[in-house]
Ligand binder design. Sequence first.
Ligand code: SF4
Length: 210
Amino acid sequence: MMIDKKDTIVYELCGKTYINLTNSCTNECEFCIRNIKDDVIGKNMWFKYDNIIGDDVIDALNINKENLKDEIIYCGYGEPTLRLSALIKSAKYIKENFKNKKIRLNTNGHGNLVYQTDIVPQLAQYIDSVSISLNAQDEETYNKISKPRIKNAYIGMLDFVKKCKKNGIDTTVTIVTHFKDYAIDVEKCRQIANDLGVKFREREYLNNGY
Ligand code: SF4
């Protein structure tokens, strides 16, 4: 497949619209798609300059406005909350200009640790649902598989889950199964989700990233 070398901010996958905000992340997950390929369905996901601002996203949305799907998902090749102002500005724009679109945030849940403040009330103004990478049943396993570059990442992520739920965001925690021989205990992870009162989704690792 030919890879389009241009920066990709807005792209489409499986009937949904995705937004790529950054290539930065506070984790280095073993199973991250960024380790195995540079593109999603032929779209280059690495930015030449990793400095996307809200207006860049708004421009990209307007270029694609005829083709935007019902659900718009902040995801991409990095952690979207690391570009918080671009995320908030563009999500507000979507809600005000593209009616009836649902917005989902896929995140590692480190946002409050990064900013050392609770960003969830800000997100809750525009984000309908959030998918947070639980990744493991305990901190030790999480640290092995996700290699966080931030202190207290697992505990901070769990607290982020609680705050999303408390702020009325439709909240799901996710795990990736069948990746190498990592000892992911699916039932313990499911129990964590139940105890937190949030949804649970397990996704089998697929090395094409789809
Ligand atoms: S949190 Fe997501 S973007 Fe970051 S390293 Fe893990 S899989 Fe990749």
